[in-house]
Design a protein around this ligand. Structure first.
Ligand code: ADP
Ligand code: ZN
Ligand code: ZN
Length: 815
């Protein structure tokens, strides 16, 4: 008898055994997909992990439906890495498999497919079965795979569906079809012949045509008053002329036209990014990195904001490309890829592939296959954390940019992996090197450099020697006392904004809270409206006139009376981005403002759109949440205002100070990216707080030392590894009892600190009560064995009948 061992795309730790024929046995290889029956009537796409002759002992092996691949579609190293992830992060291998594969490669009975309404198909191009499916979908816009199987009255339909998907005739329901192209704005400037001051006089002499004169005069008028690049649109508007006249002027070489997004470089006076020349400091860092990577697997590039880390990555990638090996470039945020891709394509042309959950299935499948085949087209793969699970053949270099970003850690669903750490393990399997980059490295990573585990290269100067921004602190207590506040703006901040705007420079305002104000409170009885399903107060969104829960989306219209005592004396407390934007409207009525937070970037490409408009200088003041802190490169921002530094500092979390430092330093780093030194105004009630002082003095080392000291005393990473268990149930008493049971078993069996079961700050979400248990594993303790013990305890917890319905989420290296 012949068997295969497979992974199912379900949240299961086990693998399953299926029977195959002898011929199949000889054909099947590890890493191929097979369609298998599971449960009563389900079909799944399973992945072959092993081929053997051992019948399972606990159940009778079913036969597979069919083999889906002719060649392996996953590599052995890749599967080995998945197994590591499942084991290390204590989740099912099925979770990793499911998270790794593009859904297009994972068809199952419940998958919903639809036909593309705009596609006209020639019937004769379709096989009989294909035609039947196509026809069925004409009558019903969408069908489950299972339903299609019964229409065709056969089980083996996955390959047919796959062909139709590949040919773009049908698609999977969850797919996103929108794709985004950065907007290109047409700008004009005076042709270089006339750039001197005498230009205008001689120019007006040359021009015979009045309409043309009007345009040139308007051009001078706009550029003198606005000190901004002049768009064609504006020029036409002001001159009252038409764009065809502008075209003629361009043709006659009086004006020059350029597109800002694409040719942003022209703007800074650079020639072409193609001839990339490193500055001396960058060159030194580059040499040091190469040296370090000959000795160590991992090197950290600690380079201040705007030091040109990307340029160094590009140089390093260039070197690895010569070896023919693959390069993976991980970013913390999908929205940043658009910017980076165009930068990388300038150097590497079509060798750059992007892998990203917002891309369509076919695009993702394509990158998957290119990576698998070691195609030149995917020699450099850029992506957010999930790109880590692609079928690389021969990785040579992995770059993790902004390595400190917490978005590298997946929280939900499993696998709850940290992409930076999993990248280092993957590199090890490939014998590849890792470069981590950040202006504000995580404590863990920096600790590893101090221990000589990782190399360290420091770049302390910004590109072109632009100075780091000057940080000015505003004591809010004092300003309030002396009545120097207008809304949430201090007089100083208002002055600085006024000045920046008058110089045609842009401003960023940071407030780490969205909405209008966090809380509505009754002045009579103190009642604060809470979410019905979660233990949090509702946030007031003025624009929609709603109170919303930021955890479950629950929303009600803003009440006019207190729900508790009917009083109409309601007041708002605290403030969010929406309120800042509104205050700006009355403080700076002429300025164009925009807001970047979860509420305004919800559309598929909302984030990119706002970034582009800001880059194109169509926005003067950008207000936003922590999204602003993510490695964005703007060249005209001279002022950054941090509206309130305190709510970050007071977050109940052992990383709060580290994160506050990173966030403020990163946001501050957006200021002063051209020749001029930028300015950062931090408004705070605690100007003497150590973290604030460290931000002000650009003192990373001070922050690091202080935090490290605290971490040791309070038993946190890097000295202790943390596993957090989140225990959830609808029944409060049962949860209380169950979590206590689990806590006791754990602390009796583990000879290490186990804390809890704690009621977290938000102790109920979507009607489920929550308790947490924290397990702290010291460095000298065997991690694998400890996890095994924990897993055993979790298994016995699951075996207790009355606790079976209680969910336990395991988060290893909790962030
Ligand atoms: P970081 O990632 O370190 O904050 P970036 O890589 O975004 O910095 O660089 C900041 C700016 O300086 C970018 O606009 C980049 O194009 C420019 N820059 C940096 N180094 C060079 C170089 N060697 N040649 C040309 N431009 C550079
Ligand atoms: Zn009341
Ligand atoms: Zn809620």
């Amino acid at each position: 008898m012949f068997f295969i061992e497979v992974i199912l795309p379900l949240s299961l730790a086990k693998t399953f055994t299926y029977r195959v024929s002898e011929a199949e046995f000889h054909f099947i290889k590890k890493g191929m997909r097979v369609a298998v029956p599971f449960g009563k009537s389900k079909i799944y796409t399973a992945l072959v992990l092993d081929i053997h002759e051992n019948a399972p002992t606990l159940y009778e092996a079913k036969e597979i439906h069919q083999i889906l691949d002719e060649r392996p579609i996953a590599t052995e190293i890749q599967i080995k890495h998945w197994l590591w992830v499942a084991n290390y992060y204590m989740c099912g291998i099925g979770d990793v498999y499911r998270g790794a594969f593009p859904t297009g490669l994972l068809l199952e009975s419940e998958t919903i497919v639809s036909h593309k309404p705009d596609v006209v198909v020639n019937d004769s191009e379709l096989s009989d079965d294909e035609f039947l499916i196509y026809e069925a979908l004409q009558h019903q816009s969408s069908l489950k795979v299972q339903e299609i199987a019964s229409i065709l009255n056969r089980k083996n339909i996955l390959p047919i569906l796959q062909k139709l998907i590949a040919r773009d005739i049908i698609f999977l329901e969850e797919e996103i079809k929108e794709s985004y192209k950065p907007k290109l704005v047409r700008y004009v400037k005076l042709h270089s012949k006339y750039e001197t001051d005498q230009g205008l006089g001689s120019l007006l002499d040359i021009l015979k045509n009045d309409k043309q004169k009007e345009i040139v005069l308007a051009y001078f008028q706009i550029s003198a008053s606005e000190k901004k690049p002049v768009t064609v649109k504006k020029l036409v508007e002001v001159s009252g002329s038409s764009s065809s006249v502008v075209k003629t002027l361009v043709k006659n070489e009086i004006l020059e036209e350029y597109l800002l997004q694409q040719d942003r470089v022209l703007f800074t006076g650079e020639k072409s990014e193609k001839e990339l020349l490193l500055s001396e400091a960058q060159q030194n860092a580059f040499t040091a990195i190469k040296q370090s990577l000959t000795e160590k697997e991992v090197c950290l590039l600690h380079g201040v904001t705007s030091s040109g880390k990307t340029e160094i990555y590009i140089k390093l990638i260039e070197e690895y490309l010569h070896t023919g090996r693959q390069v993976l470039y991980l970013l913390p945020e999908i929205a940043l890829t658009t910017q980076l891709v165009s930068r990388l394509r300038l150097h590497f042309g079509d060798k750059v592939a992007v892998f990203h959950s917002k891309y369509s299935n076919n695009e993702r499948v394509e990158v998957w296959k290119q990576t698998l085949e070691n195609s030149e087209k995917a020699q450099i793969v850029i992506g957010a954390r999930s790109a880590l699970f692609l079928p690389f053949n021969d990785l040579g270099l992995l770059i993790v940019d902004e390595e400190h970003e917490q978005t590298f850690k997946q929280t939900d669903p499993a696998p709850r992996y940290h992409a930076r750490d999993a990248a280092i393990v993957l590199a090890n399997f490939h014998n590849a090197k890792v470069l981590l980059g950040s202006a504000t490295p995580s404590i863990e990573t920096y600790f590893n450099t101090q221990n000589d585990k990782y190399g360290l290269v420091t770049l302390t100067e910004r590109y072109k020697n632009v100075r780091l921004p000057e940080v000015v602190l505003v004591d809010l207590k004092d300003k309030h006392f002396r009545k120097r506040m207008t809304g949430h703006f201090s007089d100083l901040l208002i002055e600085e904004i006024t000045e920046a705007l008058s110089l045609g420079e842009q401003v960023i305002l940071f407030q780490n809270r969205r909405g209008y104000s966090p809380i509505i409170e009754c002045l009579t009885c103190g009642h604060v409206p809470h979410c019905q399903q979660c233990d949090v107060s509702l946030t007031y969104h003025k624009f929609k006139n709603q109170l919303r829960c930021h955890y479950c989306g629950y929303a009600i219209a803003k009440p006019t009376n207190c729900h508790s005592c009917s009083s109409i004396d309601l007041t708002t407390k605290g403030f969010g981005t929406e309120q800042i934007e509104q205050e700006l409207a009355s403080l700076f009525p002429k300025a164009k403002t925009a807001r970047m937070d979860q509420d305004t970037t919800r559309g598929k490409f909302g984030f990119e759109k706002i970034i582009d408009t800001f880059k194109n200088r169509e926005i003067d003041i950008l207000v936003g949440t922590q999204m602003l802190a993510k490695g964005l490169d703007f060249d005209n921002v001279s002022l950054v205002g941090i509206m309130n530094a305190d709510n970050m500092l007071h977050h109940p979390d052992f990383r709060a100070f580290e994160r506050s430092f990173q966030m403020m330093t990163q946001v501050a780093g957006r200021a002063g990216r051209s020749e001029k030194q930028g300015k950062v105004v931090i408004q705070t009630y605690n100007p003497n707080h150590n973290t604030i002082q460290q931000v002000t003095n650009h003192n990373y080392n001070g922050m690091y030392k202080e935090q490290l000291y605290d971490r040791q005393i309070y038993k946190y990473p890097p000295y202790f590894r943390i596993i957090k268990l989140t225990i959830k149930h609808k029944d409060f008493d049962k949860l209380k009892e169950g979590s206590m049971w689990l806590y006791q078993v754990l602390s009796q069996n583990l000879n290490i600190p186990v804390l809890g079961p704690e009621e977290p700050a938000i102790s109920r979400i979507r009607n489920e009560y929550i308790r947490t248990i924290l397990i702290k594993i010291p460095q000298n303790m065997h991690l694998g064995n400890t996890k095994k013990t924990i897993q055993k305890m979790l298994n016995s917890f699951e075996a207790v009948a009355q606790y079976r319905a209680i969910k336990v989420v395991v988060n290893v290296d909790f962030y």
